[in-house]
Every structure is written in C-alpha cells, then in structure tokens.
Design a binder for this molecule. Sequence first.
Ligand SMILES: *Cc1c(COP(=O)(O)O)cnc(C)c1O
Length: 355
Amino acid sequence: MRLFIPGPTEVHPDVFAAMTHPQIGHRTPPLHDLVARVTPKLRRLFGTAGDAFTSTSSASAVLEATVRNLVRKRALALVCGEWSERWAVMAERNGVAVDRLSVPLGRVHDPADVSKALADGRYDAVLMVWCETSTGVLEPLADLVAAVRAHDDVMVCVDAVSALGGVELDVDRLGVDVCVAGVQKAMAMPPGLAVFTVSERALARARTIDARGYFVDFVAFHENLARDETPTTPSTAHLYALDVALDRIETEGMPARAARHRAMSERCREWAADRFGLFGDPAAASPTVTCLSNPDGVDLAGFLAAVRSRGYWLGGGFGELKGRTFRVGHMGEHTLDDVEALLAAMDDARRSGAA
Ligand SMILES: *Cc1c(COP(=O)(O)O)cnc(C)c1O
C-alpha cells in the first residue's frame, strides 16, 4: 500500500534505518553532537538565524503551547477549515481568550480584513494555518504576516504542519514569531516529532507569562538549546531520523523540492478538472494536498475502497467536509511518476464502476 493521505506519508528506508542507531543517553556528548548537527539544518529549512527546536510530540502539543506561551490579552484565529478551527479550540480549552475571523470553506483570508480586525488593538497574537489541510488551500502567508506586523506587539503564529518541506519558507524575512510543523507530512518522517521556531520577541513575551505550561515551555526550550539539549527526554530515534531526512531535503534543495510539489499539485488539479472537480479556490491550491469535490454524488467510500484495492490509500473528507470531498496528499518522497501511477489507478477504479 502506498500512502497518499495528507500525512503520514511515505518514509525513505534510509530515514527508517537511522532510527535503529544504538541508544544514547540524553544528557551526553553523542546527543549534544546530534542536536548540534540537526539545528543548523532545521534553521535553514525554516529560514531563521534564531531558535529552531524539536519536540517529542505531535505538532498539536506545540500548537497548544503556542497559545499558552504567547497570548496575554486575546488571540485572533484566522479560521478557514478544520485545523485552523482546532487551534481556536485549543485556546478556549486553555482558558485563553480568542476570537475567530472565519471565511467560507475552500477560501483564504483577505489581508485587509485582518488589518481591520487588528485596528482597535484588542489582540496580541494572530493564529494562522498556512496550508489548511482539510480544504487543500494555502493562505497568502506573506501578505497576512505583513498585515499583522504593521501592528506593534502582535505575535504572528503560523501552523506550517502540512507545508514545511514542500513549500519554501523564510520565517525571519517574513517576520513570523512562532512557526510549527510536524515531521510526518512534507518532511516525510515517521510521526512522533514536531519542529518549531520562536523569535526573540516571542521568547520575551513568553518570559512574562507564568502559566505558560511545562511540557512545551519556550523559555526552557531556549535555555536547553544553548547546551544542545531538550527540556525532557527526546525520542533520540526521531532525532537520528531527522538528521537524515534534513540531509535528503538539502541534497534535493528546497527550490527543486518546492517545484516537484507544485508539479504534483498541478497534475492532480488537471486530472480533477474533468473528473470530480477541485474543491476550493484554485488560485490558492496547495502544492502538498489536493481536495476534490463530488458534485455528482459518487459513493466516495466505495471509490476510495476501490482505489485502496489497487494499492493506494487516499484521504477522505475531513471535518465538515466528510463525505463531500476526498483528498490526495502528494508530499514528501512522492514524485510526479508516482502521481501518474496513482491517477491511472483512480481512473481504473472509476471505470470499474466504483465511481
Ligand atoms: C496534520 C496537521 C496538524 C496536526 O498535526 P499532529 O502532528 O497530528 O498534531 C495540524 N495542523 C495541520 C494544518 C495539519 O495538517
């Protein structure tokens, strides 16, 4: 079975093999060497000269920690689908004040609306999801970040979980304060690790908040990174895998990798155009995941099962879109040839009467 769900995705054997490295102690020189090897590569992937961390958790732990570490007054959540909605829920469940600025599913935010919402100074953090994996759109990150940075002291928090490793990023140039990603999406690693950046001003904000949590305390991460360590025991197996995964990304080069993801996305949209149709704004289509609609009311469960019987696992609709859409995750190690083979199998499943 090949995974074409929007994460986890296929993992290269070299990355898996790295995880079988003999166990090391987590406060010892081998761990320090490993962290010192990984950190510069992680900084380059994010595009930052500042702090780039790993957390032994899924990405959600760091997304939740972001609202605890950074929001003193009130957060504005840019909601455009299930994942951006969940970030707002995380704030609520932590007793952090949050308002939603919502757009219809499949659409992205207009920076002018964000500027308007920030005008009265009520908010001190904005939460945005770069690639909204549930609808397959990419928010206009640079313009949204610029709209937020026009206001003093409003932290820019970005969920780049399903984008990092598939789209080029430069958090320092954009002015992103916290950027969070999981490794099981376009970075093509086994799930279990999150990576994130924290800007100097975000760190300064965290220092002023006592109830910022313990497991992902940005201040503790910063202090530990100074000695190439993590606050709690890390999954050293994942750190060895990350070392190799980042080498693979650097060997290909992010420009080439981003172009490969764009090509896969374009091919999927071309295929979809005279089959199911694309869900969402085509101008904002994500390079890592394509969300297809179902105007003819095809039995999607039957179709996805028929595709599975041909060796490919696709993603169903997610959240409110369950049953109305399905998704192809084309990310990480996938190539255009893999996508062609997948689309041929999907055509075969359609011809067989499944759709
Ligand atoms: C997958 C995903 C998440 C959740 O990541 P976990 O590693 O499962 O916690 C969050 N946001 C987006 C946009 C995602 O695609």
